[in-house]
Ligand binder design. Structure first.
Ligand code: AMP
Length: 473
């Protein structure tokens, strides 16, 4: 497939939820989606089963789309929900869950991830006579499933055949009529977990969506597993068992909420460990450690523990400002960074400071912050970063799409330091990151920092180049 085309579509990260309950599901889904709001602020939707699938979706934050009346009117006990992140989204119809109505039944799908072969599959399905109304990847999955169901008659078997055909990253929650499923891709790229609460069972992207409704985490959904939940029980179907996994490391260092547990690891703990290692790899002579709020907080705490230098709240964040990352132009991005964080002058004046953040993408945020902290009177400004230099696009669901977007893609650390106007700059090493994550390197997706990907994405390299076929399923 044309790589340019791929790169334009790869701009999603989302949150998914599924509830099977003895009472109305919509309130539970609503609160869980709010807990997953950080995974997508562009749109959201809930679908419940009440004799048929009923949905409500909209643009914006979950709290703005649903009110009491709406939630009350959604009567089903089983349902799924989605928060959507895509800078290209413009119409509410594009929000998920995506509904496919056929004679064989109704399917609702909520997807976190990116399918890299959706276009190819869509063309094939079109030739077979399917008409695509929405143009999204989930429609492709829905029609594949229905076709396989029509030929095999068994839903789990049809799911297995469907998953065998799709490639990419996916954590789905799915409703087939009133049956509820959670599905995680065979490499476990995106997170998904299972929990139990007083009224039933829940599946969600992150454990914080369980916590908020008082559910206890049972476990992560395993890579390649399909879990069906009812209000009374759950059933597992392990459809694929690959030798290796490819957990996205960026979930741990940036995307997920710090209080989530993903694949048996506490996200906050990992960020702290990264910071601690960073202090050992790139020590600094300084008076205070300042976290870049909020993404650098846990890393900075770890850096402070590892270096013995006290932590200080040197930057104040204005919480009511929209994210700067997706601003359409560089100029706008620069202005909005200034609006978003402001130095606390009395904390930084005459101090040697270490600024700690989770990552640098274009470098806009950090450059602005270094300038501000200097203007506020800091005598030295050192920068430490909890992600190795980002050099390569993400094809599997993170909003980093072209190489030239990355400040590090064709520059040395020294060249970047100069651009940032920092006294020193240190990134965590890939080895340090892997050690902090406590996974084997072969079980991680590190594509954006190594340029080696966990699946075949021509013309990029595969992380197991010599044995590519082994990892196809
Ligand atoms: P930049 O200004 O482009 O270097 O962006 C870096 C800042 O954006 C850091 O503070 C990160 O926490 C945050 N960030 C990194 N990756 C992403 C992403 N894919 N989407 C939104 N924010 C991000």
């Amino acid at each position: 497939m044309n790589i340019q085309k791929l790169q334009h579509r790869f701009k999603e990260r989302c949150g998914v939820v599924a509830i099977a309950s003895k009472s109305k599901a919509s309130n539970y889904i609503y609160y869980s989606l709010r807990a997953l709001q950080h995974r997508g602020q562009e749109a959201a939707g809930i679908s419940v089963f009440n004799k048929k699938i009923e949905s409500h979706k909209g643009i914006g934050l979950v709290a703005n789309i649903f009110d009491d009346e709406k939630l009350k009117s959604m009567k089903g006990r089983n349902g799924i929900g989605h928060t959507y992140y895509s800078i290209k989204l413009s119409k509410p119809e594009n929000a998920q869950p995506t509904i496919i109505k056929t004679e064989a039944g109704e399917v609702a799908l909520a997807h976190n991830g990116i399918l890299i072969n959706a276009e190819k599959l869509r063309k094939r399905l079109k030739r077979k006579g399917h008409e695509f109304e929405l143009g999204c990847e989930e429609e492709v999955v829905g029609y594949l499933l229905i076709d396989h169901l029509n030929s095999s008659g068994d839903l789990i078997n049809a799911l297995k055949r469907t998953l065998n055909e799709i490639e990419g990253s996916y954590s789905f929650t799915m409703m087939f009529n009133n049956r509820i499923f959670g599905i995680r891709d065979p490499l476990g790229i995106k997170p998904l977990c299972l929990g139990k609460f007083a009224d039933g069972y829940i599946i969600a992207s992150e454990s914080v969506a369980l916590d908020v409704i008082g559910a206890k985490m049972i476990r992560d959904v395993a890579p390649g597993e399909v879990v069906e939940i009812t209000s009374k029980d759950y059933k597992s179907h392990q459809l694929f068992n690959l030798k290796h996994r490819a957990h996205c490391f960026f979930e741990y260092t940036y995307f997920a909420r710090g209080d989530s547990i993903i694949d048996e690891r506490c996200v906050y703990e990992i960020r702290k460990r990264v910071g601690w290692r960073l202090a050992k790899e790139h020590p600094a002579h300084a008076d205070i450690i300042i976290p870049v709020p909020d993404s650098g907080r846990a890393h900075a705490f770890g850096f402070s523990l590892g270096s013995g230098i006290p932590l200080a709240e040197g930057l104040m964040k204005n919480r009511y400002i929209a994210r700067t990352f997706i601003m359409p132009s560089q100029k706008l991005r620069e202005i909005t960074v200034r609006e978003k964080v402001n130095p606390i002058k009395c904390e930084v004046e005459d101090k040697r400071v270490v600024l700690v953040d989770d990552s640098i993408v274009r470098g806009t945020t950090m450059k602005r912050i270094v300038d501000m902290v200097r203007e506020a009177g800091a005598s030295e400004v050192h920068v430490r970063i909890g992600t190795p230099p980002l050099i390569s696009p993400c094809y599997l669901g993170i909003d980093m799409t072209t190489r030239d977007q990355f400040i590090a893609h064709d520059r040395t650390v020294e060249e970047i330091r100069e651009i940032l106007n920092a006294d020193s700059l240190g990134y965590i090493s890939i080895e340090g990151l892997v050690e902090a994550l406590q996974f084997s390197k072969d079980d991680l997706c590190l594509g954006c920092v190594t340029e080696k990907y966990p699946m075949d994405i021509p013309p990029e390299k595969h992380r197991f180049q010599h044995t590519l076929k082994e990892y196809r399923y």
